[in-house]
Design a protein around this ligand. Structure first.
Ligand code: AMP
Ligand code: GLY
Length: 427
């Protein structure tokens, strides 16, 4: 099979790495790609016009296209590929609203009794501000649309919450994505990422994972795309997994079908484990980044038949999906300054030393080639991932990999997995 992967981050490098292990696959292409992906897949430089990409895929007889990020999915890349009669993995535009509109997601949860934070949606700043003053408690203020992970602003005081409403609705800091705001109560607890594949009716749960969204140790600093991840997440016990499948995942998938938006693809549910049980913080319509970097190394089975089964509606027949028992940890090495502005073009050294450590994979995110060198080209640069007999070992080995890699002004968290480790010394 000839496969095309859309994207250029650590998630897509991991997808390409996993797909390359399939005996069904003869060639992989990727657009826009990065320096790590380019070592296993042919880079296609074609821009981001999705019709052009579909035309290219048609002329090059691509058998399967896998879409990594949310933006092309929300735009409708799957619909465009389907119009070209191409096989493509991911939800269509209607189904991708589950991530593309927070108000859509909240309405879906409301209609289907799915546990989540109470909320109100506003398009009018004055009404939103009155609401905040009335409730007077700590809230989260969210731009309705996609805002590259930046559209969620904590409003822990009334003044902060009012400021957040003004940023989104009045200053329009996120453009059209901020045509409306969702204001919701703050949930207290530990977060976890719950990933399933769905063919529109059946759901296949992945192993659990957890990421670290804040930029600095101890979950301080600014919200980022994710500074590291690990799997399994001990907070997701078998009982909690069953509850999440029954009370959250299946009602979500059934609710989507009932409104004419059957969901085929990856449903990644961001959960808060509150005292009253797990509640949904957000839905994503694609694999998490950096969660993918710890999930796919644990998947023993071939990914390709599973993705095809999602598209064909036969996922229930994939009864022999196997996982490695080892734990996995990923430490993201970022450009100093990220998520604020940062410099790029720094030469990265030590990659092959890190990769030569047993059980270590270095997944590239923002990297590029400059002559002979691999250089930094983004905020999140690398995801150094390791498997280990338990989480403690996986984390230690990932940090061993990190210690081999150097670039100017590097920043990474030193405490990836600290919550899991504090639960049990040998989890
Ligand atoms: P979201 O994109 O909606 O998941 O929000 C990004 C991050 O903001 C989440 O991962 C949480 O850390 C935090 N967050 C969002 N909504 C809430 C909430 N209602 N209560 C507490 N934290 C939240
Ligand atoms: N790790 C967070 C995300 O992928 O949205």
């Amino acid at each position: 099979m000839k496969i095309l992967v859309i994207g250029q981050g650590g998630r897509e490098h991991t997808l390409v790495w996993k797909i390359a292990q399939s005996p069904l696959v003869e060639k992989i292409y990727c657009t826009p790609s990065n320096a790590g992906i380019a070592q296993i897949a042919e880079t296609i430089s074609i821009g981001d016009d999705y019709t052009e990409i579909a035309n290219w895929a048609e002329s090059n007889k691509i058998d399967l296209t896998v879409v990594g990020p949310e933006a092309p999915l929300a735009y409708g890349i799957v619909d465009i590929f389907n119009e070209h009669n191409l096989t493509v993995f991911g939800p269509n535009k209607n189904a991708a609203q589950i991530e593309g509109s927070k108000d859509f997601a909240k309405q879906l949860m409301g209609k289907n009794g799915i546990p989540t934070a109470s909320h109100q949606t506003f398009t009018d700043a004055d009404k939103a501000i009155d609401y905040i003053k009335n409730i007077g408690t700590s809230v989260f203020v969210k731009a309705d649309g996609l805002a590259a992970g930046k559209g969620v602003i904590p409003g822990r005081t009334v003044d902060d919450a009012i400021e957040a409403v003004k940023t989104i609705l009045v200053d329009r800091a996120f453009g059209d994505a901020g045509d409306s705001v969702v204001i919701e109560e703050e949930l207290i607890g530990e977060e976890a990422s719950f990933t399933v594949l769905s063919d529109g009716s059946y759901c296949l749960p992945f192993v659990s994972s957890q990421d670290h969204k804040m930029s600095q140790d101890g979950d301080t600093g600014k919200n980022t795309g994710g500074m590291g991840a690990y799997s399994p997440a001990p907070v997701i016990t078998p009982d909690i997994q069953e509850y999440v499948m029954d009370r959250i995942v299946y009602p979500t998938i059934q609710g989507m079908s009932q409104i004419g938006c059957p969901f085929k693809g990856v449903l990644y549910v961001g959960l808060m484990m509150t005292e009253a049980g797990p509640k949904v913080l957000e839905y994503n319509c694609r694999f998490g980044d950096p969660e993918t970097q710890v999930l796919l190394p644990r998947l023993k089975s071939d990914l390709i038949p599973i993705l095809l089964a999602c598209i064909e509606g036969t996922l229930e027949q994939q009864t022999d999906v196997e996982w490695h028992p080892e734990a996995a940890a990923c430490v993201v090495m970022a450009s100093g300054g990220y998520p604020d502005p940062y410099q790029t073009g720094k030469v990265i050294s030590g990659l092959s030393n890190a990769e030569s450590i047993d059980d270590v994979n270095v997944f590239h995110a923002g990297t590029n080639f400059d002559d002979e060198n691999v250089v930094t080209a983004g905020g999140r640069v690398l995801g150094v991932t390791a498997l280990g007999e338990n989480l403690k070992n996986a984390i230690e080995t990932a940090y061993k990999g990190v210690s081999e890699i150097h670039f100017n002004d590097v920043h990474y968290r030193k405490d990836i997995g600290y919550r899991a480790l504090s639960r049990s010394e040998n989890c």
